[in-house]
Design a protein around this ligand. Sequence first.
Ligand code: PFF
Length: 450
Amino acid sequence: MAGSRGEFSSRFGFVMAASGSAVGLGNIWGFPTQAASNGGAAFLLVYLLLAFLLAYPVLMAELILGRHAHSNAVRALRQVSPLRNVSQIGALTGIVGFIVASLILSFYAIVAGWMIAFCLSAIAELAGARAFANWLTSFGLWRNLLSMLIFMALTIGIVSAGVKEGIERWSERLMPMLLITLLALVLYVLTLEGAMTGLEVYLLPDFSRALSPQLILDALGSAFFSLSLGVGTMLIYGSYVSDDENLPLLGGIVTLVDIFVAVLAGFLVLPAMYVALHNGVEIFTQAGALISEDTLIFTVLPQLFATMGLPGILVAIIFFNLMTIAALTSSISMLEVPVAYAVEEFNAERHLAAWMIGGLIAGISGIILLNFELLFGLVVTLTTRYGQPILGFMFCIYAGWLWRRDALLQELRKGYPNVERGLFWKIWPWYVKLVCPLIIAAIIGRSLFG
Ligand code: PFF
């Protein structure tokens, strides 16, 4: 079985693909403002700790389950136990996982399409096509549909080329590009007037804010989204890792890259917001909080770019290109989940499976766009606030309670012969068994009961 499946050809390829999945829109449009509004450097520290205390163990559960089975989530969870009921619930969890992954992709593709539209708009502006540039930045059904379809076609094109030729090759190209672009933008923005105030706001530590229990639960929820957990993306990427790789190390690197990019994005976004303020752009909501998420990306930053003249247009092209890349390396991991399932369980041809499933997801995105007010927020909430944590909980139960400890150990030993002597084996099994399910239950409880 394993021989006929794809496999990452190198450690670098896996790290780029998995951190590409993790690093996405969430890192750039969510994290920086969340940090700045909630204790600055203190929040960074708390977040770093939380990512390693909760998100990393769940990531490891997915990677180990995937590598052990060398197959999709449905089969991997089905195999964990010989008991019929446990096996059936496992398969069901895998199926719900790929449905949730597809639904996340259906809204993600819409937002990523806007990034493409804003990038194209800046190019059109440069070419003097004003009217077209305006059309691309105004919220309308055709603009939304078209840009979503372009983004989905890119995603499908990469996934249909396969694990090595598509996902690995493109992640290896796009991720270094993303890091270099982000770094270049940070350095440029830091030279502008007002930037240092933003930096202060971003980094000034305030522990009283960063330690509130409510905030910690919210941060845990975003760590889950940020590391692409619960829906089987990391499981399927883990299933393409060779047996002689040290999984705890690989998982640690992916977690660190994800956090690093989120923190680095703060060095861009916060200074940019205060440069905007300096240039007369409003950056606070009526309640006095920093503007965040879509309004930040599609209103505040474009207003800032508009105040900068020609350099502003170039920065806009580079910035929205960066956002598109971040989204693309994430979306391919989402599409890979159902595609791998179709290829492995039904012997579907990869090209066909990618185009058909991708087409179906684009159809769902279309339905969301036609009923935007009603459906968009609903799909986001259902998948990210409930779907991901509930499925993450199930992964912990399968890895922590239902899988035999000796089988687990054997799997880890493959690429890490002395694993029993390391810290990982002393802590992780307990963590994934007791601590993670409890914390995730608290997150779900907070989503349910406020
Ligand atoms: N980790 C991505 C981000 O931070 O934007 C989002 C994501 C990717 C969520 C893949 C879920 C997923 F399966």
